[in-house]
Design a protein around this ligand. Structure first.
Ligand SMILES: N[C@@H](CCC(=O)N[C@@H](CS)C(=O)NCC(=O)O)C(=O)O
Length: 241
């Protein structure tokens, strides 16, 4: 059986890592059976989560994995999409992954109040037998790594106000395109819904104060969509909400 390696569940959402939430949502959408492996970043082929082991092969990157697993498991929720829809899907996926993701990281790790939430959460992910000082030091390392990535990527060079305006523009684009459709491309869910759901639940349902959350939570279609996808793909989380 396919084994999925990701961050442990927290905050009552699919995963506090958007790429991890996206891959697990997609596996569930496609009804591909899987189990969850232990948290072990050292075995990640690309040094990032999520990754999977399947047929003794270890493979990383949520986006690449979706393409690989489509072929391997002969499933394709996107089979009926038109070329235009596919093009739109690629553009939204890249926007959420390469731009919006970094706005989310910024508000989580750069603002002191939110970092305290991240610290508490990550300390719980680490082996409880490790002394608290060592766990806190590890989380400081995660923070330093992410702040360096934010700087290199570019989002970290902006003020909170500027990051908010960039991230809200992404959310507005999703809200406008989704409009009153139940799923991103209409009546049936497709792969892009895993990506959009993962991004939205990580803002709307995360205990992280930010202008992104204020904006997204005020868009009735984004909230209804997030609840719909959660109910469909993670009913155990919806039931606990
Ligand atoms: N393009 C990758 C991105 C994965 C990613 O950024 N994962 C983060 C967790 S949200 C990670 O593992 N970061 C560890 C690091 O940057 O050292 C994917 O879609 O799988």
């Amino acid at each position: 059986m396919l084994r999925l390696f990701q961050l442990p569940r927290a905050w009552g959402i699919a995963n506090i890592s958007p790429p991890c939430a996206k891959l697990e949502a997609w596996l569930r959408l496609c009804k591909i059976p899987y189990d969850i492996g232990p948290l072990d970043l050292s075995a990640a082929p690309k040094g990032k989560l999520p990754y999977v082991q399947d047929d003794s092969e270890t493979m990383g990157d949520a986006t690449l994995l979706i393409d690989t697993l489509k072929a391997r498991y002969q499933v394709d929720p996107d089979a009926q999409l038109t070329p235009e829809q596919r093009a739109i899907g690629v553009a939204f996926r890249r926007m959420l992954k390469e731009d919006f993701y970094w706005a989310v990281v910024y508000f989580r790790w750069r603002l002191a109040g939110n970092f305290a939430v991240m610290e508490r959460t990550f300390v719980e992910f680490l082996p409880q037998e490790l002394p608290m000082a060592a766990r806190l030091q590890f989380v400081e390392g995660v923070k330093a790594n992410l702040l360096a990535q934010l700087q290199q990527q570019g989002m970290g060079r902006h003020t909170p106000h500027e990051v908010a305006s960039l991230g809200i523009a992404d959310l507005q684009a999703v809200a406008d395109f989704l409009n009153d459709k139940p799923y991103f491309f209409g009546q049936e869910p497709t792969s892009i819904d895993a990506t959009v759901f993962a991004a939205l639940t990580n803002v709307i349902d995360a205990p992280i104060a930010s202008p992104l959350k204020v904006f997204a939570a005020a868009q009735p279609n984004l909230v209804a969509y997030t609840r719909r996808l959660e109910q469909q793909l993670f009913p155990e989380l919806a039931a606990a909400r």
